[in-house]
Ligand binder design. Structure first.
Ligand code: NAP
Length: 484
């Protein structure tokens, strides 16, 4: 397999919040890896901007540390690093004031793509957009990238959308959800729409149910303040899990183009039924040994925010009526794992005797760890002794199937940032998608507040509260075991 680098023209990329956690851990190391891959053309500039007083040399030292700390096993030479540092600059600037903005404007080169990455809290999105406009940096070549959380309900997300729309067209706004940049998530579309095999079966006639699990082993990790105001529903379900659900459930778009794909995703969100409270289980992790529980982690003994949620959802449309979607996500669980499992129905009739048992095909899309796709198929157990059936996986772990070239899979931020530079919005959320997702989420959260709903405790290292297991057991189904 030959990896293909699509060349791009020289561009200017400004990271507002260039000294922050996200920039240090994800954005700047991702840009460095793209530099090493040869995707930063001659003349490209990366400019960090924040209030901290720093000069270019100090910013380069900051980026050097970030690159050394957050690059995993990625191999690079000192020449690579020095080359990357030479395209880095820094401007001290306040999103809420006027200092630094003229200096930033003078650094912009004419007639080239400008990307402004808003790696700052959402309250600064509007002021940044306004100042880009005021200081003459917002033209048709300008693209802005905004991070989650994109609002905390429908009203705030509408207000955010409006504050950006005052200065930029929708085609200039890239709402990033890094789940959509994962290789396997894009492969989901390749599997569905590049093969004849799956799509005819991809409906309620053949699919018994679909499970989406995103489990983490870590707790709130010093982000208690933010997390306790969000919870698993706002932090994970409204965005990441919803996006995965959309890609699984959407109708085939007419083309692999931004609006064609996003139109279909929007229809999925709009087809979601309101959720019966009996079909939701919320949980909070308990203390274990010397590890504090959720309440101590967030410093509020009365918090009713959930660190775990499981839901059973239904879509009202022809394709999916009658097929439930089970979603769950949580912190401090048994394993770090993200996967989607499409569980097909049993064959309508078994020609084998009872001992052979009844089996089903399961298509598993693994997002982490070990990105890849498995298809469980039923075969005869080898050897004499009659017809005994056994399920074996047709394993498509990318590194094994595609050889050593696939061993380095660019991470989601690398891919998505380069998509912004290329002007491809396919893997970014449109404003109306985000608003539709909040319109579905809001009544669920309002219901908890009205009923003063309290999350159930669950053990660290478990699969969440036992009620989450019951959510499936009562339908005669079970969650797939979470394994790392
Ligand atoms: P952070 O560590 O607090 O960094 C915030 C950055 O914004 C800093 O560089 C800060 O630098 C700068 N800043 C703050 N006020 C400013 C102002 N008035 N003018 C200019 N710059 C200002 O936050 P973060 O974790 O990097 O998160 C950034 C955004 O990404 C947030 O919206 C967050 O929700 C989102 N996000 C973060 C993660 C993550 O893993 N960290 C994941 C997903 C989404 P100065 O103080 O020097 O100005």
């Amino acid at each position: 397999m030959v990896s293909r680098i699509i060349p791009v023209d020289a561009f200017d990329l400004v990271v507002f919040g260039g000294t922050g956690d996200l920039a240090r851990r994800k954005i700047l190391p991702a840009l460095f890896r793209r530099y090493c891959a040869g995707q930063m053309p001659e003349g490209a500039q990366v400019i960090g901007a924040a209030r901290s007083e720093m000069n270019d040399a100090e910013f380069r030292a900051f980026v050097t540390e970030a690159v050394e700390e957050f690059n995993g096993n990625f191999q690079y030479s000192d020449e690579d690093l020095q080359g990357f540092l030479s395209i880095l600059f820094y401007v001290t600037l306040d999103a809420l004031g006027d200092g630094g903005w003229s200096e930033l404007a003078t650094k912009m080169q004419a007639d080239r793509v400008r990307v402004f990455y808003f790696s700052v809290g959402p309250s600064l999105f509007g002021p940044l957009a306004e100042r880009l406009h005021t200081y003459g940096m917002a033209d048709m070549n300008t693209r802005i990238v905004v991070e989650k959380p994109f609002g905390r309900d429908l009203e705030t997300s509408k207000a955010l959308n409006r504050s950006l729309a005052d200065h930029f067209d929708e085609h200039q706004i890239y709402r990033i959800d890094h789940y959509l940049g994962k290789e396997t998530v894009q492969n989901l579309m390749a599997i569905r729409f590049g093969n004849m095999l799956f799509e005819p079966l991809w409906n309620s006639q053949y699919v018994d149910h679909i499970q989406i699990t995103v489990s983490e082993t870590v707790g709130v990790q010093g982000r208690g303040d933010y997390y306790d105001r969000a919870g698993a529903m706002r932090d994970m379900v409204q965005n990441h899990l919803m996006q995965l659900l959309c890609l699984i459930a959407m109708e085939p778009p007419s083309r692999f183009e931004p609006d064609a794909v996003r139109d279909e995703k929007l229809k999925v969100i709009r087809a979601l039924d309101p959720v019966d409270p009996d079909n939701i289980v919320r949980g909070q992790y308990s203390a274990e040994g010397d590890r504090a529980g959720y309440l101590a982690d967030v410093g509020d003994p009365h918090s009713t925010t959930e660190s775990f949620i499981a839901l059973k959802l239904h879509l009202s449309n022809w394709r999916w009526a009658g097929t439930p979607f089970y979603l769950r996500t949580g912190k401090r669980m048994r394993a770090r794992s993200s996967e989607i499992a499409v569980v097909f129905k049993e064959t309508p009739h078994s020609i084998f005797d009872e001992e052979a048992g009844r089996h089903r095909n399961i298509l598993t899309i693994r997002l982490q760890p070990n990105e890849g796709i498995d298809l469980d198929v039923t075969i005869k157990e080898p050897g004499p002794g009659g017809m005994r059936l056994v399920d074996v996986p047709l394993d498509m772990t990318f590194t094994e199937a595609l050889g050593p070239e696939a061993e380095y899979v660019p991470d989601a931020y690398e891919r998505l940032i380069m998509d912004v530079v290329r002007g491809n919005q396919t893997l970014f959320m449109r404003g109306d998608e985000v608003e539709a997702a909040w319109a579905w989420t809001d009544p669920i959260i309002a219901g908890w507040e009205e009923r003063r709903d309290k999350p159930l405790p669950y053990d660290t290292g478990s699969s969440g509260p036992v009620d989450a297991l019951a959510l499936m057991h009562r339908d005669g189904r079970r969650w797939r075991e979470v394994r790392s």
